[in-house]
Design a protein around this ligand. Structure first.
Ligand code: CA
Length: 224
């Protein structure tokens, strides 16, 4: 997971970078809005932590620019401005969360993790991999136009695999994301669920989408 911290105060920026890095995130820092936008255009980020009071282009203008240009990753505003109007403005402009300074890093980290776990709000209603089609709003999956009869859990598992199509997901990642809990090594439940899903998703069809990566986990991808 890659984060961008937009913060002009070097001490806070370093503190955030260190904290997020220790928590396992790859973290870049931009000291102002212009630098932030050029970094965001140059490489993908999974989440932006955005200060509002920045030199030059302020945080709300950065946020407006991002959302107007179709940038979809979540944005968490971190700022000393604490008025209700500021919060409402930030959220209306497309921020996903808002935390007022001074803040506890543990809280920021918890919020960032929560946001990254939930599916993006602005994703398209239908996702496709090969002839598999997932209608997220209707909770319906079809292959080659044929309806797959999935349980709620199987649908959640398939949604995760489709959203991360082409990426190998470890059993632990799947367990945390679909069951929302921390498994201490026992990810057998994941294998059982994947096997059931595969029975419905792949077994009836000549082309297989779900592949086991030995010793690592699973990946869903179109065979072409
Ligand atoms: Ca600032």
């Amino acid at each position: 997971m890659k984060l961008l911290v937009v913060e002009d105060e070097p001490k806070t920026a370093n503190f955030l970078k260190r904290g997020f890095s220790e928590a396992g995130f790859v973290t870049d820092v931009a000291p102002d809005g212009v630098e932030a936008l050029s970094l965001i255009q140059a490489r993908p980020f999974d989440l932006i932590v955005l200060d509002l009071m920045l030199p030059g282009m302020d945080g709300l203008r950065v946020l407006t620019w991002l959302r107007e240009s179709g940038f979809q990753a979540p944005v968490v505003i971190l700022t000393a401005r604490e008025s209700v109007e500021d919060r409402v403005t930030g959220l209306e402009l497309g921020a996903d969360d808002y935390l007022v300074k001074p803040f506890a890093f543990a809280e920021l980290l918890a919020r960032v993790r929560t946001i990254l776990r939930r599916p993006p709000l602005r994703e398209p209603a239908t996702l496709r991999v090969g002839d598999l089609e997932l209608d997220l709003a209707a909770h319906r999956a079809t292959r080659a136009g044929q309806r797959l009869d999935l349980t709620t859990r199987e649908f959640a598992l398939l949604s995760l695999l489709v959203r991360k199509a082409g990426e190998v997901l470890t059993r632990t990642m799947i367990a945390q994301s679909v069951w929302d809990m921390h498994f201490s090594g026992d990810t057998n439940v994941v294998d059982v669920s994947v096997r059931r899903l595969r029975g419905k998703l792949d077994d009836p069809f000549p082309q297989k989408l779900l592949r086991t990566v030995r010793g690592v986990g699973y990946v869903l991808e179109s065979p072409e």
